[in-house]
Design a binder for this molecule. Structure first.
Ligand code: PHE
Length: 445
């Protein structure tokens, strides 16, 4: 090959970038509300089990495929499927790529909301009160401004490449995110009412554990949270030196992702109880509020009621959310960009430009058809696209991929009993488990 591919320069750089992809709105927003409404500690418990049994192996399969092929996800799946059908691999790769665009279409809108909410307290501090109010109130005009701003921010990082863009920015943003999160937790836990929230979060209500919906929600959350199924982790894996120790990397990424989700719960749920203490309604029909109302109405109202310090708390909280979102969108953006660069031989700039335009068009379609499309696209990606691609990865690694696949190399497996056990787990247990859950998803639709 004449051109060397850009790559991560260090293991820690890779881990931070992949953890950056994993840690996002799904952790800080999705996980705490799901936990609150599904039996608190019981959800955390089920989530951990599903994560270790199914999501970690799926993440392993995704990164492994990318790492072995050293190509973008379309090329990587094409290579892995070549003994059966190259075309199957290609279409699956393109299906994942479509998932990345769909994920970006709604994620960029929500990320734009985070960004405008982060700027709002800044404007308030500078005395521009009407600008602050405009930034905090949802409107189509605000979406028209902030969704593109967010897409451009991702594009600026992606355009700089893997090392100078993705690795560098993830390594800068992730530690800051961690510090901000810890700072917020320390502050909130000292407020009146917080301890009730901690108790609700950590006390498991095991009566809810047998509900099959709980397992399905936990699995959807785990796949989304670990960014499995759109090829983002695969493309990152392809930028690591071939034959890296994927198992160890998966454990580091998964542990970081789960830790942040857990800490976010320790922030959000007590925060809701502090809000309740201040007189806000945080339970609706016995359920703790979640969704946009929680983030964009309850929390801002709480920050407002805290006086001057509230402005800073709000600034820190929404900056954290924006950073978490940014490191997640860059991994999805890299999927189609890498495909255009490698398959179509476009320059990185041109590829980034085209992909950003497509994402912008998709987001704007959602903005203008919000009620009918926004929730539907999120639902499709979460309940369908991600698990089906996860299942496909297991089938590829376990059954289709032969030449060059260490997990199908009989001589190697005979020498290493642990590897053999692992290969069989991926080959038999994972697809079966996932299919069972998947059938449940469909029958519950
Ligand atoms: N894992 C991200 C989150 O938790 C979302 C994501 C999904 C990012 C798929 C990339 C690909 O918010």
């Amino acid at each position: 090959m004449s051109v060397t591919r850009d790559s991560f320069h260090s293991r820690i750089g890779f881990v931070l970038a992949a953890a950056g992809s994993a840690i996002g709105l799904g952790n800080v927003w999705g996980f705490p509300t799901q936990a609150a409404n599904n039996g608190g500690g019981a959800f955390v418990f089920v989530y951990l089990i599903v994560t270790v049994l199914l999501a970690f192996p799926a993440l392993f399969a995704e990164i492994y495929l990318g790492n072995q092929a050293q190509k973008n996800p379309v090329g990587a799946l094409e290579d892995a499927c070549q003994d059966v059908s190259k075309r199957l691999g290609r279409y699956a790769g393109l299906f994942g790529l479509l998932g990345a665009i769909l994920m970006l279409s709604f994620y960029s809108i929500v990320a734009g909301w985070m960004l405008s909410h982060a700027l709002s307290p800044l404007m308030a501090l500078l005395g521009f009160d009407s600008a602050a109010t405009w930034l905090a109130d949802s409107s189509v005009a605000r979406n028209l401004a902030f969704t593109p701003i967010f897409i451009v921010l991702s594009a600026l990082i992606i355009n700089r490449g893997v090392h100078s863009g993705i690795e560098r920015w993830s390594s800068r943003l992730m530690p800051v995110l961690f510090v901000l999160l810890i700072g917020l937790i320390i502050y909130i836990l000292q407020q009146p009412g917080a301890s009730e929230g901690v108790a609700m979060y950590l006390t498991p209500d095991f009566s809810q554990i047998s509900d099959p919906k709980l397992i399905i929600s936990a699995m959807g959350q785990a796949f989304f949270s670990l960014s499995i199924g759109v090829g983002g982790m695969m493309v990152y894996g392809s930028y690591m030196k071939k034959d890296a120790d994927i198992g160890k990397l998966v454990i580091s990424i998964g542990a970081l992702d789960t830790l942040i989700a857990f800490l976010a719960g320790l922030l959000i749920i007590p925060t809701l109880f502090v809000a309740q203490h201040m007189g806000q309604q945080v339970f609706i029909d016995g359920q703790l509020i979640g969704g946009p109302q929680l983030i964009f109405s309850t929390l801002p109202a709480l920050f407002d009621s805290m006086g001057d310090i509230g402005i800073y708390v709000s600034l820190v909280f929404f900056t954290l959310m924006s950073m978490a979102a940014l490191t997640s969108t860059i991994s999805s953006t890299e999927v189609p960009v890498a495909y255009l660069v490698e398959d179509k031989k476009y320059s990185r700039f041109k590829s980034t430009f085209i992909v950003s335009l497509v994402v912008l068009a998709a987001s704007m379609t959602l903005v203008f058809n919000f009620d009918s499309l926004f929730g539907a696209v999120i639902n499709w990606v979460n309940s369908f696209q991600l698990p089906i691609m996860g299942l496909f990865y297991f089938i590829v690694v376990g059954w289709i991929y032969k030449r060059g696949n260490q997990l199908a190399d009989k001589a190697l497996l005979a020498q290493k009993p642990w590897l053999k056990l692992w290969a069989n787990y991926l080959r038999f247990v994972c697809p079966l488990l996932l299919t069972t859950v998947f059938i449940n998803v469909i029958s519950n639709m």
